[in-house]
Design a protein around this ligand. Structure first.
Ligand code: FES
Length: 403
């Protein structure tokens, strides 16, 4: 079931968003708007729309940037002060968005309100999903703190694996259900995108920046006395040549968009179906960590190594870290650096002989078992072996089972 929600569902959402979005754009281009009700309820709209749009745009960037630049995000979050500042900023923006979405929903609730009249059933569904997304985000910020840190080691690898068409949900499958529903509803928003007013995000009127200003005159009289009455029903009039050409062009573009959607579906669908059927296996490779003698007996050392299948452009993001402990002349244990609670990187405290998780205070003994705090199970371990005087580690996806 989790494989469906974290592997198949994101691709389904993306395929529908691209395919149906393109189709709607080319066949019903004038519906690419939010059906603006600014002229109907300007004041209520301001208090809902402005906080919502500013808040959600910044939050969206805060979620996307670590996926695009994980190494830079890791470097920024490595400083405690910066982490606290980002955490508080995120919470403030989340509350700002809650204020906005409450305003956007409230203005539609009264029967007879002008905004309600231009809200479709799908828009209501979208608003409810967005409200859940925002409230659950604030809930996570409040009750699962240091999300900026653990997001980097849980959601980011999963999202990057989806982009690489090599889906791997192992880093999110163990997360609390509350956090998982936040991720899933994020993709639900993407799925709803082409069926609702959300399409207006791609109808940003940039040309307003340079076009000459317009004077809009409000006509208070819905039926002016001089309004001409058309003697011929519009439907009965034959289409002009330019209307026919326009119709053909739209039909052609609609067909092209269906083809583009089909190609997109094939590109992302075939690898993910292969993965779900178990046809695609994550490769495992032994990587050398260095000569045996470079690791003193009884000590725990940070080591880094390359993924089993690094992409040529992956740079430092292809590197993984682990804690290597030498128990005896030929006994080594390699611990995953990720805490088993929410995946924050644990630190080794040599004086205390303990691993400490900075996010929620999880503590592990030197053998990886839980000493205290919220982690539900011991630190995961990698298989280790000695070959020709060097310590080698078996790269594998998380979570790594204890061996
Ligand atoms: S991530 Fe919560 S205690 Fe480690």
């Amino acid at each position: 079931m989790q494989a469906f929600f974290f592997i198949a569902f994101p691709y389904i959402a993306l395929i529908l968003a691209v395919g149906v979005g393109l189709y709607r754009y080319f066949s019903h281009r004038f519906t690419y708007s939010s059906l603006s009700s600014q002229l109907l309820e300007k004041r209520q709209l301001f208090w809902g729309s402005v906080p919502w749009h500013y808040g959600i745009t910044l939050i969206l960037f805060a979620h996307l940037l670590p996926v695009i630049f994980p190494a830079a995000a890791g470097a920024i979050l490595g400083n405690h002060t910066r982490l606290v500042v980002l955490e508080l900023t995120g919470l403030a923006l989340g509350l700002y968005c809650v204020f906005g979405i409450v305003g956007l929903v409230a203005r539609r609730v009264p029967t007879g309100s002008a905004a309600r009249a231009v809200t479709s059933p799908m828009d209501w569904i979208l608003l409810l999903v967005l409200a859940y997304q925002t409230l659950s985000g604030v809930g996570i910020a409040l009750f699962e703190r240091w999300g900026a840190a653990w997001y980097l080691s849980t959601a980011v690898p999963w999202l990057r694996s989806l982009v690489r068409l090599h889906p791997d949900a192992s880093t999110v499958i163990g997360l609390p259900v509350f956090i998982q529903t936040h991720f899933i509803s994020g993709f639900l928003v993407i799925l709803l995108f082409p069926f609702t007013r959300l399409v207006h995000v791609f109808a940003i009127p940039i040309e307003y920046l340079w076009r000459p200003y317009q004077v809009v005159v409000w006509n208070h009289d819905p039926q002016p006395p001089h309004a001409p009455v058309s003697p011929v029903p519009v439907a009965a009039m034959p289409p002009t040549p330019s209307e026919s050409t326009d119709k053909e062009r739209r039909q052609l573009l609609a067909r092209l968009s269906i083809i583009a959607g089909g190609i997109t579906a094939a590109i992302v669908g075939i690898p993910s179906i292969g993965f779900l059927l178990g046809l695609r296996k994550t490769p495992e490779t032994w990587r050398s960590l260095g000569p045996v003698d470079s690791f003193p007996v009884g000590e725990t050392t940070a080591v880094s190594f390359l993924d089993s299948s690094p992409l040529p452009w992956a740079g430092v993001t292809a590197k993984t870290a682990a804690w290597l402990r030498r128990e005896g002349p030929e006994q080594f244990i390699a611990f995953s650096i990720n805490c088993t609670h929410l995946g924050c990187p644990v630190r080794w405290l040599p004086n205390a002989n303990l691993f400490m998780c900075p996010c929620h205070g999880g503590v592990f003994y030197k053998d990886g078992t839980v000493a205290s705090g919220p982690p539900p199970k011991p630190l995961a371990t990698y298989p280790v072996r000695i070959r020709e005087g060097a310590v080698e580690i078996l790269t594998s996806p998380l979570p790594i089972t204890t061996v």
